[in-house]
Design a protein around this ligand. Structure first.
Ligand SMILES: Nc1ncnc2c1ncn2[C@@H]1O[C@H](COP(=O)(O)OP(=O)(O)OP(=O)(O)O)[C@@H](O)[C@H]1O
Ligand SMILES: [Mg+2]
Length: 264
């Protein structure tokens, strides 16, 4: 399905993307010629060694950084800055500590045209419910666990209805059990809302269990080294992770990351 969608009209098209930081002797080339297409409603993960440019790539798609060369198109339009068509979730929840959970989500909705105060409140409650935070609307971020804060961040990003979700190690700071719950939550949200997801992660099993395809990047300067299809049927569960097919994919990706400079 996603393959056909991809041919019809890619949601995201990255061509010849180069990103350099600094200049002269101190210049760092973070990305060197990245090409990637992601289909509508596709779930794609990005993995690779630390420093290979994963966060840089995500920031560029989010419009938080500008390419040094090459192009990024979302829905056929070149990215010219951040936009409400793209929701972003980072490793740290970046909530406003002086606002309640409910107010944090409402705040993100302030720019939405045509929403009254009441609409914003309803919408915030709806999405907090979706991520399982009913009853915590009046709590402050500091009163929540890391996983709960990350749920607020997810609710906030989803509340304005982006059709693309960009996530950078969103569960990286969470313990293994909470991480698992969040992965399941993310997959549920993705199944229900059908949006395009780009997930940067260090966790190869997380990439495999969530994704249609896993993009393996080479070490700096980052390029797309290989794109691995994950043909494991959905819904995926703990049981699917114990299959030889899953283990094979996961081991293969680990191998690609480890011997990146040499192999294929
Ligand atoms: N704002 C910046 N200024 C200068 N150099 C930067 C900047 N952001 C990233 N870099 C450099 O670009 C390269 C890629 O960094 P990036 O953060 O994208 O890697 P990453 O793959 O996300 O790593 P990690 O897995 O550790 O998060 C690194 O060498 C980094 O030092
Ligand atoms: Mg990073």
């Amino acid at each position: 399905m996603s393959g056909q969608d991809r041919e019809a009209a890619p949601k995201l098209r990255i061509s010849g993307l180069v990103k350099r930081f600094g200049s002269g002797d101190r210049a760092v080339t973070a990305l060197e010629g990245v090409d990637l297409e992601v289909g509508e409603n596709e779930f794609v993960s990005i993995v690779g060694a630390s420093g290979c440019g994963k966060s840089t790539l995500l920031s560029l798609v989010a419009g938080l950084e500008e390419p040094s060369a090459g192009t990024i198109e979302v829905s056929g339009r070149e990215v010219a800055g951040p936009g409400r068509d793209r929701g972003v979730v980072f490793q740290q929840a970046t909530l406003m500590p002086w606002l309640t959970v409910q107010q944090n989500v409402e705040f993100a909705l302030r720019g939405e045209p045509g929403l009254t105060r009441g609409d914003r409140a309803d919408r915030a409650r709806e999405f907090l419910g979706l991520v399982g935070l009913e009853g915590f609307e009046r709590s402050y971020p500091a009163q929540l666990s890391g996983g709960m804060q990350q749920r607020v961040a997810l609710a906030r990003s989803l509340s304005y209805g982006p059709d693309m979700l960009l996530m950078d190690e969103p569960f990286g700071a969470l313990d293994a059990l909470t991480r698992r719950t969040m992965q399941e939550l993310l997959l549920e949200v993705w199944e229900q809302h059908r949006l395009t997801v780009l997930l940067v992660t260090h966790d190869i099993d997380e990439a495999v269990v969530t994704s249609d395809r896993v993009v393996v990047m080479s070490p700096r300067p980052g390029r797309v080294r290989r794109i691995v299809d994950v043909p494991i049927p959905r819904p995926r569960t703990l049981a699917s992770e114990r299959t030889p097919e899953f283990q094979g994919l996961s081991d293969g990706i680990l191998g690609l990351i480890r011997d990146a400079p040499h192999a294929g």
